[in-house]
Design a protein around this ligand. Structure first.
Ligand code: SF4
Ligand code: SF4
Ligand code: SF4
Length: 215
């Protein structure tokens, strides 16, 4: 199904305020995470069954010695053909017909977690250590099926995250990439034909995060 909903994350508009990360936790009632200072503003250090969205921080130097500092507000891409479903046998993982959201049910506790994770090219699924249920972004299914936009989209102060019909989001992504290319020739919309959560970057995606693109 190629219709349904999509989310656009324009990293060129992201200030790394982490409002989206906190809004996600708040809406879903997810617990805070004990963290350690690891020499970066990235915090916590990874996704978990209690953290569906995380803002990745990436620092480095280009070939000309100029530094870059990139932000990548990461979560499940809601793939059109979800690799994480490869090991599912029944309805442990379902794709909602209307929105296209990829949803994990409590029955995911019976799945082989390592195999499920291996099937995801973006390294997204996580497991609750106690219940064994798998967890990730729900596209805020409870909100979007009740006339609201996802919590992360609602919270973003710069308009870096947009939500809407897939056709409209694809058109917005194309238009924005064309604009950005005038200044940043490497600008692109990552894996746009394969995923519902589309990231716009202005440089090599691997500089943002090793799992930014499946390619
Ligand atoms: Fe599944 Fe990974 Fe795609 Fe999300 S990003 S739908 S977890 S394969
Ligand atoms: Fe979290 Fe909802 Fe945003 Fe997914 S869509 S990252 S569940 S706030
Ligand atoms: Fe970036 Fe918006 Fe998330 Fe803030 S809320 S970190 S600006 S995507």
């Amino acid at each position: 199904m190629a219709e349904g909903k999509s989310i656009l994350v324009d990293t060129s508009r992201c200030t790394a305020c982490r409002g989206c990360q906190i809004a996600c936790k708040q809406w879903h009632g997810l617990a805070g995470t004990h963290t350690k200072q690891a020499g970066s503003y990235e915090n916590p250090s990874d996704l978990s069954d209690q953290t569906y969205k995380i803002v990745r921080f990436s620092e480095g130097k280009n070939g000309d010695g100029k530094p870059y500092w990139y932000f990548f507000s990461e979560s499940c891409r809601h793939c059109l053909s979800p690799g994480c479903m490869a090991v599912a046998e029944k309805d442990e993982i379902v794709v909602d017909e209307k929105t296209g959201a990829v949803l994990y049910t409590p029955a995911t506790k019976d799945l082989d977690f390592k195999e499920t994770l291996k099937g995801c090219p973006y390294n997204i699924p996580r497991q609750n250590p106690t219940t064994k249920v798998l967890a990730k972004c729900t596209m805020c299914f409870d909100r979007i099926t009740n006339g609201m936009i996802p919590a992360c989209v609602k919270s973003c102060p710069t308009g870096a995250i947009q939500f809407g019909e897939r056709d409209a989001i694809l058109a917005a992504a194309k238009k924005r990439v064309e604009e950005l290319k005038k200044t940043f020739p490497k600008a692109s919309a990552l894996d746009a034909d394969e995923v519902r959560v589309i990231y716009i970057v202005t440089d090599d995606p691997k500089k943002y995060w090793k799992y930014a693109s499946a390619k």
